[in-house]
Design a protein around this ligand. Structure first.
Ligand code: HEM
Length: 436
């Protein structure tokens, strides 16, 4: 697949460019009202600074009942052990009830309908069936077979950027690698890739848990319809002309009783693979690279000892993760710490807070690329554990190895600051200008 240039839409910058400034650590420590702390965490203007406020919330109200997070009553959990308990509990689920958080009325219904057809929000029986079919393409063995292709894409991206002496790492590199890989797996033709850029951004912004304006809803609908029409056409083409790709495998897959996935299931499957398969990895590449550049001694260590890259990747996943939030709803009353959470009550799990919980990780705010063990929550746990974790790990390891080897003078561009996106559910950088 040749990687064509992608036109860029104007982006909305957030004010904050740094994380964990001393000022924020002090400000957070002074806050006493958990609702006020949560308001800071949810404020779209402050998405760079996050962890001092998550720490403070965990300290004073680790299990907080609030309607601030989702617009309706929900429990916000920030302790590692509690999040783990909710994710592993057999009667605590992610199903269609979770998709209600996106409901803004009829003008936004296409997006909500699409979410209900994705793995994260299917009924348990259907979820297990669809997951079983898709996961065959994501076993460590199947992923290993993609290694050479991933390397070729990485080399092409660096070849293109190198003569310029710099690039916006998010746009020119981090977005493209996972997008090209997942599109090739799905059987999406290379020339169609550029049109996904805006759909991907707009869909991910619509999936946030706060600050949803009419414009965001409108763009979310456009992106959903764009994806739906695109995938329907591609499914038809694959039906007429079967190929050796994931799309054909999903179309052909039969249940024990001979039934096949409906068009809605197929579109929902393609959508989540494309959205979950590229944005999260893009964000981890961006935030991981930033973290390494902000810790030059660790970057240097990794240059000297590239064999430490797999351990470093786990730490970068823990240190600043892209999927900051998971949602669950209990079927029955269950116990978290000393709190009873009732049936049908929504739990909002702050994975990023769990990853920085000092009860579980020693010195959690320190980036330590040699940290082991490192049982972070960044790929989730339980029934909905990330299906693409093997692929993501391979992409991240290969990308860091290639960047370190091929760009020995990599540094932040002093003339252009980096910016976090206006998002929290899926945290990431909008821009990361680099020089080399
Ligand atoms: C660094 C990259 C990634 C991160 C941090 C990440 C994180 C996550 C997390 C936390 C979940 C669980 C969500 C929940 O429990 O509510 C999840 C689920 C999922 N991920 Fe990933 N992911 C990454 C890459 C990928 C890739 C590359 C793919 C596919 C190509 C993928 C596909 C999925 C799918 C399909 C699910 C839903 C699984 C289910 O509901 O059964 N992810 N991911």
């Amino acid at each position: 697949m040749k990687i064509d240039p992608i036109e860029r839409s104007p982006v909305q910058m957030t004010e904050s460019t740094e994380i964990d400034t001393q000022r924020d650590i002090e400000l957070a420590a002074d806050l006493e009202d958990p609702q006020e702390i949560l308001a800071v965490i949810l404020d779209p203007k402050r998405r760079g600074t996050l962890y001092p406020y998550l720490h403070r919330l965990r300290e004073i109200a680790p299990i907080l009942k609030t309607d601030q997070a989702t617009g309706r009553p929900a429990w916000v959990l920030t302790r590692y052990a509690d999040i783990r308990e909710a994710l592993k509990h057999p009667d605590v689920r992610s199903d269609a009830r979770g998709a209600e958080v996106f409901d803004v009325g009829p003008e936004g219904h296409h997006f909500v309908d699409m979410q209900r057809n994705t793995l994260l929000f299917l009924s348990p029986r259907k979820h297990d069936h669809v997951r079983d079919l898709i996961s065959r393409a994501f076993t460590p063995r199947s992923v290993e077979l993609r290694q050479d292709r991933i390397q070729a894409v990485l080399d092409e991206l660096i070849d293109r950027a190198e003569p310029n002496g710099g690039m916006d790492f998010v746009h020119d590199f981090a977005f493209r690698l996972p997008m090209v890989v997942i599109c090739e797996m799905l059987g999406v033709p290379a020339e169609d890739l550029p049109q996904f850029y805006d759909w991907a951004q707009d869909s991910s912004r619509r999936g946030e848990i706060g600050g949803i304006t009419d414009e965001i809803v409108r763009k979310g609908e456009e992106a959903t319809l764009g994806y739906t029409n695109y995938f329907m056409k591609l499914i038809e083409e694959h039906r007429e002309n079967p190929r050796f790709d994931l799309m054909t495998a999903l179309i052909d897959a039969e249940d024990e009783d001979g039934s096949r996935l409906s068009d809605e299931d197929l579109v929902g499957g393609c959508y989540i693979l494309l959205q979950a398969g590229h944005g999260t990895t893009q964000d981890l590449l961006g935030m991981g690279t930033l973290a390494l550049l902000q810790h030059p001694e660790q970057l240097e260590f990794l240059r000297r000892k590239p064999e430490a890259i797999p351990t470093a990747v786990e730490e970068l996943l823990r240190y600043d993760t892209s999927v900051q939030i998971s949602q669950r709803v209990a079927d029955v009353e269950f116990q978290v710490g000393d709190t009873r959470i009732g049936a049908d009550e929504v739990c909002v799990l702050f994975n990023g807070a769990g990853n920085r919980d000092p009860e579980h990780f020693a010195d959690p705010d320190r980036l330590d690329i040699t940290r082991t063990p490192n049982l972070h929550l960044s790929f989730g746990l339980g029934r909905h554990t990330c299906l693409g974790a093997s692929l993501a790990r391979m992409e991240l390891r290969s990308a860091f190895e290639t960047i370190l080897r091929r760009l020995p003078d990599l540094r932040l561009d002093d003339d252009a600051p980096h910016h976090y996106r206006d998002s929290l559910f899926l945290r990431g950088l909008e821009t990361l200008p680099l020089a080399f």
